[in-house]
Design a protein around this ligand. Structure first.
Ligand SMILES: Nc1nc2c(ncn2[C@@H]2O[C@H](COP(=O)(O)OP(=O)(O)OP(=O)(O)O)[C@@H](O)[C@H]2O)c(=O)[nH]1
Ligand SMILES: [Mg+2]
Length: 212
């Protein structure tokens, strides 16, 4: 049994629901009145799969254009990137291409891409067809899933997919994911998804709860 650490960055245009997705996972809540993220905010998510623990540092970045130049600070060293668009806004899907282009060299180094079509509860206002997004994801080597921070669709799955892949990679000697130490088996499902305060892992880069 092992403990794996991974840095996960959440990218995407303003208002697509990046913060709402992370908040929904962490607190099981949803708000219609969110504040636009300033810079980025940071949280820890811990997932246990078959007794193996994956500790994710999740960097929720700001979608506002004025913070765009800060993005490399957050995706540098990342093991996985959640590329989030809003299925009701075609432009936010098109914007993903810019991120993919920017991250392309990192993908060659093993960065995992997950394309996330959020707000799937608003299907009647859909501007991005599911199969179009699915095909695009396949073309860039990304996993695709649709989510709703509002009704909780796909939220657990989104983080479980990453955790599973991080564990798989940790079996590979050339993996970018670092295995910290063996630990006895506990539970076979997600057991914890809370804040940094419950963790004390000096191997992970130091970070603040909220950063700008
Ligand atoms: N209907 C619906 N609304 C959502 C969903 N996710 C987020 N929203 C709404 O979309 C708006 C923006 O959500 P945020 O989570 O702040 O978006 P963001 O991507 O973090 O935005 P920035 O921090 O500015 O980049 C808020 O009004 C949310 O309530 C969803 O799944 N369904
Ligand atoms: Mg935000």
């Amino acid at each position: 049994m092992k403990i794996v650490g991974a840095k996960v960055v959440v990218l995407g245009s303003q208002g697509v629901g990046k913060t709402s997705l992370v908040t929904r996972y962490e607190t099981k809540t949803f708000s219609r009145n969110t504040s636009s993220t300033i810079g980025a905010s940071f949280s820890h998510i811990v997932i246990v799969i078959n007794g193996n623990k994956v500790r994710m540092q999740v960097w929720d970045t700001a979608g506002q254009e004025r913070f765009r130049s800060m993005a490399p600070m957050y995706y540098r060293g990342a093991h996985a990137a959640l590329l989030v668009f809003d299925i009701t806004k075609l432009q936010t899907f098109n914007d993903i291409q810019t991120w993919v282009h920017e991250l392309s060299s990192r993908v060659g180094e093993g960065l995992m891409l997950v394309l996330v079509g959020n707000k799937c509860d608003l299907d009647q206002r859909r501007e991005v067809a599911r199969d179009v997004a699915q095909q695009y994801a396949a073309s860039i080597g990304a996993i695709f899933l649709e989510t709703s921070a509002m009704d909780e669709t796909g939220i657990d799955e989104m983080f479980e997919i990453i955790a599973t892949e991080m564990l798989r990679k940790s079996d590979d000697v050339d993996s970018m994911v670092h295995v910290y130490s063996p630990e006895p088996a506990t539970k076979s499902t997600i057991v914890l998804n809370n804040s940094a305060s419950s963790l004390n892992d000096s191997s992970l880069p130091q970070a603040q709860n909220s950063c700008c």
